[in-house]
Design a protein around this ligand. Structure first.
Ligand code: ADP
Ligand code: MG
Length: 140
């Protein structure tokens, strides 16, 4: 299996409850390496661009408002099969449907405030990583 990099966000509901370390423990215990990480407060323009694919969805406005409601931690995660592996570690979008032990089952407050973002494809991972990180900030 090939080593991949995926993009992760620890969302405002989790940073607000001081859960950055708890989420990172789940990530690391699953064998994903955190090869870049920083805490930022997204601007409205950044959040709108990042979630642009969802612009037509009814929840878009609320999602952008939520994502700028507090700091987030953006990360690059590295592992064999990192994209699919992190999707498994996060669990289903709706925490009610997430498997036990997943980040969303453990920590999410709701389908919107669901504690984590993870890229859905290798192609989107590269786009999302380059949106927030310079190559020199990623140390594998
Ligand atoms: P995922 O984050 O699992 O890839 P999506 O890409 O479909 O899920 O949605 C992006 C984010 O939008 C979700 O993580 C969640 O925060 C929010 N979201 C998705 N569906 C809904 C919904 N039905 N109501 C409110 N917020 C939603
Ligand atoms: Mg998605």
């Amino acid at each position: 299996m090939a080593t991949e990099r995926t993009f992760s966000i620890i969302k405002p509901d989790a940073t607000r409850r001081n859960l950055t370390g708890a989420v990172n423990a789940v990530i690391e215990q699953a064998g994903l390496r955190i090869v870049a990480q920083k805490r930022i407060h997204m601007t409205q323009a950044q959040a709108e661009a990042f979630y642009g694919v969802h612009a037509a969805r009814p929840f878009f406005r609320d999602l952008v408002t939520f994502m700028i409601s507090g700091p987030v931690v953006v990360q690059v995660l590295e592992a064999d099969n990192a994209v699919a592996r992190y999707r498994d570690v996060m669990g289903a979008t709706n925490p009610a449907n997430a498997e036990p032990g997943t980040i969303r089952k453990l920590f999410a407050e709701s389908i919107e405030a669901n504690s984590a973002h993870g890229s859905d494809s290798l192609e989107n991972a590269a786009i999302e990583i380059s949106y927030f990180f310079a190559g020199t900030e990623i140390v594998g």
